[in-house]
Unconditional design. Structure first.
Ligand SMILES: CC(C)(COP(=O)(O)OP(=O)(O)OC[C@H]1O[C@@H](n2cnc3c(N)ncnc32)[C@H](O)[C@@H]1OP(=O)(O)O)[C@@H](O)C(=O)NCCC(=O)NCCS
Length: 413
């Protein structure tokens, strides 16, 4: 049975379907929220003939976003979000139909890459998304010492300033910082101005027992050079203050990050600083002397990347070493990618072209997504997840795609 996916015409029904699937608290402000960062023409729905009457059988949405790639290009991407299938309609192919629809629309719009944050790790690999960025969550004690001798001169020229995220002009400044830093931190994803407004918009219900999100800026000569977001939580233990400050993604160069990190481990009334989103090559672990310099460290997947159009996506990024490999790409949901491609990189520049030559490597398109931002994919061969026909060909490909520094995790969207 073919499943029809079409643009949403009923914003209230679209929202109500999302609320059923995600079972969050329904607040008066949600209808306003809906309009932020998710353009009306980027909301799509499925109504199965025997599906629920009052709600959609499935919904998804696309945030128009930008992402920085190895080499520094900042390109438009489709930020897949709001994916939900009505509990009565699940496991009947609704998500599969929505994924085919999304990939076709993205390709038609000339968008070469789609990205998402996965609710469950098992869902998106089958649709050709690869886990492209890992992130750490790190806990640090009050007053943790950071050692970075070659950054000290630069740090000395920086000051830090705490503001409410909802204060006028703050989200614009955050977005400008992200755009400025993105080329040096491949994997950075930047939303439209509306998306930042969404992040800053916190309902009274969301703030019931919390302070509003604050933004800590790093500045040099009156100019913003970085920021991070934070929220403090009170806790008293044996009459002593031992609160936790939860800190979001860092943005800015190494010196700005160091100035910000020093400030967030030295806030009054706090005992613990929890850094929620630290890239695996983030300098912070070096500054504390390695993983055990942190009180606690957890790792999970951040951004998942999908090459919507292999031919268009491959040359957008730069490469740190050369390759010339014929790859048989398997792609069930974007059949225009399937078949044999000659993927080359020379002097940093990539090219993808169709070929009839025998394949050196056979892989699912998800493997190319996993390595697209520079994350190491060499281990997939040992894991039996890719197939090599010419010895050494996969290593050549994986080495060319890998970057010296692992890609940057993104802010959840
Ligand atoms: C995840 C969700 C969207 C799946 O929708 P669905 O319509 O049931 O999925 P489909 O019937 O199209 O399944 C397509 C394939 O994915 C598999 N699949 C779907 N959900 C899966 C899951 N959670 N874990 C593992 N596999 C899953 C199906 O088994 C099927 O496999 P097949 O191609 O081998 O037959 C739905 O369960 C849901 O809305 N969950 C809650 C919200 C959510 O997690 N959204 C994702 C946001 S990132």
């Amino acid at each position: 049975m073919s499943i029809d996916v079409r643009p949403s015409e009923d914003p209230a029904k679209y929202l109500a379907t999302d609320q059923l699937v995600w079972f969050g608290e329904v607040t008066d402000a949600d209808a306003d929220h809906l309009r932020l960062g998710l353009p009306a023409d980027q909301r799509f729905v499925v109504d199965l003939p025997d599906g629920p009457d009052d709600l959609h059988s499935g919904i998804y949405g696309v945030r128009p976003m930008e992402m920085s790639l190895p080499g520094g290009a900042v390109v438009p991407i489709a930020g897949l979000t709001w994916v939900g299938v009505h509990p009565d309609a699940r496991r009947r192919g609704v998500l599969a139909a929505m994924m085919s629809d999304h990939l076709t629309r993205a390709r038609d719009a000339g968008t070469a890459v789609s990205a998402l944050h996965a609710s469950e790790a098992a869902i998106y690999g089958r649709f050709g998304y690869g886990s492209a960025v890992l992130t750490h969550q790190v806990s640090l004690g009050r007053g943790t010492t950071f050692t970075a001798p070659h950054l000290e001169d630069e740090v000395a020229s920086l000051t830090t300033h705490l503001l409410d995220m909802a204060a006028p002009g703050v989200t614009e400044r955050m977005r400008a910082c992200q755009l400025a830093a993105a080329p040096d931190f491949p994997g950075t994803i930047i939303g439209l101005p509306d998306f930042f407004t969404l992040m800053a918009h916190e309902t009274p219900e969301q703030l019931r027992d919390k302070e509003p999100r604050r933004i800590l800026f790093a500045r040099r000569d009156g100019q913003d050079v970085g920021f991070t977001g934070l929220r403090r939580e009170h806790k008293w233990e044996s009459a002593r203050p031992s609160g936790t400050v939860v800190v979001g993604t860092f943005c800015g160069g190494p010196a700005a990050r160091l100035a910000l990190a020093r400030r967030v481990v030295d806030l009054d009334l706090m005992g613990t600083t929890k850094l929620e989103n630290v890239g695996v090559d983030d300098p912070i672990l070096g500054w504390v002397g390695g993983p055990r310099g942190a009180g606690d460290l957890k790792t999970w997947d951040s951004t998942w990347v999908r090459l919507v159009d292999v031919e268009a996506a491959w040359p957008l990024r730069a490469f740190e070493s050369d390759c010339d490999v014929v790859v048989e790409v398997q792609d069930r949901y974007a059949p225009w990618n399937a078949g044999r491609w000659r993927l080359t990189a020379a002097s940093g520049t990539g090219a993808a072209s169709r070929t009839d030559s025998p394949a050196d490597v056979t892989l699912d398109v998800a493997a190319l997504g996993a390595g697209y931002l520079g994350h190491g994919i060499g281990g997939l061969l040992r894991a039996g997840l890719v197939q090599e026909h010419r010895p050494g060909a996969y290593a050549e490909l994986a080495r060319a795609m890998r970057t010296t520094v692992a890609p940057e995790p993104s802010i959840g969207f």
